[in-house]
Design a protein around this ligand. Structure first.
Ligand code: CA
Length: 237
């Protein structure tokens, strides 16, 4: 057993699924531990300190959302929720409770691996740069320059309203991660705002300015019923 392999905890009560995921992760050089229950999840996270957790929400004892709520009181371990198709409200709740991402069953192998790499990368870069934030982020032809307060596309500055700029900065600081509608609204407009319509309008304007073809966005993806995600170069659609 080598020490530099990352450890992933699979929380899943369906054996067929957990065996499948486990085989896939093992062949991609991860160590894997598995549990079928919510209580098992909490105790394994505490005792093994995994590098990442894949969390099914429908568990036999405690609901996965309760597991998430409970572990978030004491650990920031990256958590990717594994959720059934059509359960948008559950995904939103999981993200608001501190999940890092979600995948929808049935999912492809490469999609899951990409999401795992992204979540691990964010976790590590957040730890490394939480204080010393670098002055800019780039993705593709897009540069967000925090120092100059500018957004530049292919070398040309994009003219943005202050709200549009705040939204782009927020998405870019969480590049690769889905941000829920409520989270974006709270961060941009404040805790008591109810600005869904304004968010939609601003996002449409941002896309018109940023995207060559707003119907097929390259930079900011819509997660239907959940929120928005700025791609980080690896996860595209
Ligand atoms: Ca289940």
């Amino acid at each position: 057993m080598s020490n530099n392999k990352l450890l992933i905890l699979i929380v899943e009560d369906d054996n067929a699924i957990s065996n499948f995921i486990s085989a896939m992760l093992t062949s991609n050089n991860y160590h894997v531990i598995m549990t079928q229950s919510g209580r098992g999840a909490v105790s394994n996270i505490a005792s093994h300190c995994p590098d990442l957790v894949l969390l099914d929400l429908g568990l036999p004892d405690i609901d996965g959302l309760e597991v998430l709520k409970s572990i978030r009181q004491w650990t920031g371990v990256p958590v990717i929720v594994v959720s059934a198709r059509g359960h948008e409200r559950e995904k939103v709740e999981a993200l608001d409770l501190g999940a890092d991402d979600y995948v929808t069953k049935p999912f492809g192998t490469s999609e899951l691996l990409a999401r795992i790499r992204t979540a691990l990368r964010h976790y590590n870069s957040n730890k490394a740069s939480s204080q010393t934030d670098s002055g800019k982020r780039t993705v593709g032809d897009l540069e967000i320059n925090y120092e100059k307060r500018m957004v530049i596309l292919k070398g040309t500055e994009i003219h943005l309203t202050p709200i549009e700029y705040k939204i782009i900065v927020l998405l870019s600081r969480h590049m690769g991660k889905v941000l829920t509608h409520d989270f974006i609204i709270r961060e941009v407009w404040g805790p008591y705002a109810n600005e869904r319509q304004a968010l939609r309008v601003n996002m449409a304007n941002i896309r018109r300015k940023l995207e060559i073809n707003p119907a097929e966005p390259k930079y900011i993806m819509t997660e239907v019923g959940v929120g928005y995600r700025m791609i980080d170069g690896e996860i595209g659609h």
